[in-house]
Design a protein around this ligand. Structure first.
Ligand SMILES: Nc1ncnc2c1ncn2[C@@H]1O[C@H](COP(=O)(O)OP(=O)(O)O)[C@@H](O)[C@H]1O
Ligand SMILES: [Mg+2]
Length: 263
């Protein structure tokens, strides 16, 4: 599939978004108490695109993803996801939208007392009327997709960190989402395992044609998965470029960020 490498225009119009814009933030502000976290975030992600978000710790990357799935609401500005105005979305629409959105949590977030298959099946058990044998077929298919067919009965405590991420990914994929949000999918993994996760993210993007937002600190992840990369700093976008240009950019904040965060 042809994937676009566009740049977010400096000024985006408010109002309904074109169909090929899957995620749009327009001048979004969000504070927690006195702490301003998002300070005018403006960003587009196009259909089928893999957009990587980089930036120092605490700059609002995870908060951005939470807005994109309606777990947080902005103080001002617009957030549009798959044609929905997130400040006006109705509960039924939000739950439908979430079915089409996969979210790989930073912590993996597997449930320790459920085996791998039940962890992967959970979103369908909770949110669908599918019979268990059909759910099991889907679980089998997703575990195969993440190259993990042999762990059906294992408990989360019995498998490695890299395998846990794959199980988390299989769970994020189980509802066949059109948008996948990855919060630091390679944090805490050794370089080899981490690269295998990067390759999996690229494979899923190409194979399933989904739109992906990926938070990472790793240049290797940018090289493997990105169609476009943004640097967030203090709650807004300061650099927005295709990966080659991003990594070669001499923007001072980017140089400082990459220089202090080697990979
Ligand atoms: N639910 C919350 N309540 C209060 N403060 C929060 C909440 N979520 C995030 N923050 C604060 O917002 C800032 C940005 O957080 P986050 O988006 O998680 O950073 P990162 O870029 O590292 O992912 C941090 O200072 C964090 O403490
Ligand atoms: Mg984070």
């Amino acid at each position: 599939m042809e994937r676009p490498a566009t740049r977010t225009p400096d000024v985006l119009p408010s109002g309904p978004v074109p169909e090929d814009v899957i995620v749009r933030f327009v001048d979004v502000h969000k504070a927690f108490g006195k702490k301003q976290v998002l300070t005018g975030l403006t960003l587009d992600a196009m259909r089928g695109e893999t957009l990587v978000l980089m930036g120092p710790s605490g700059t609002g990357k995870s908060v951005t993803l939470r807005h994109a799935i309606g777990l947080m609401r902005q103080d001002s500005g617009d957030v549009w996801v798959s044609g929905h105005d997130m400040s006006r979305i109705k509960p039924a629409e939000l739950s439908e939208l979430r079915k089409h959105t996969g979210y790989l949590f930073q912590e993996g977030a597997l449930i320790n007392w459920l085996n791998v298959a039940d962890n992967v099946a959970l979103p369908l058990i909770e949110n669908s009327d599918l019979p268990r044998d059909e759910i099991d077929d889907r679980v089998r298919e997703k575990l195969k997709l993440v190259h993990l067919p042999e762990v059906w009965h294992e408990m989360p405590g019995e498998i490695s960190g890299g395998m846990k991420k794959r199980v988390g990914l299989a769970r994020a994929l189980i509802t066949e989402p059109k948008v996948i949000l990855y919060d630091e999918p390679n944090a805490g993994l050794d370089p080899e395992i981490s690269q295998s996760i990067n390759e999996l993210i690229a494979e899923i993007a190409d194979g399933l044609g989904v739109t992906s937002l990926v938070i990472t600190h790793m240049v290797s992840c940018v090289r493997t998965v990105a169609d476009r990369v943004v640097l967030l700093d203090e709650g807004k976008v300061v650099v927005d470029l295709p990966p080659d240009e991003f990594l070669a950019s001499d923007h001072p904040r980017l140089v400082r960020f990459l220089g202090t965060d080697p990979d």
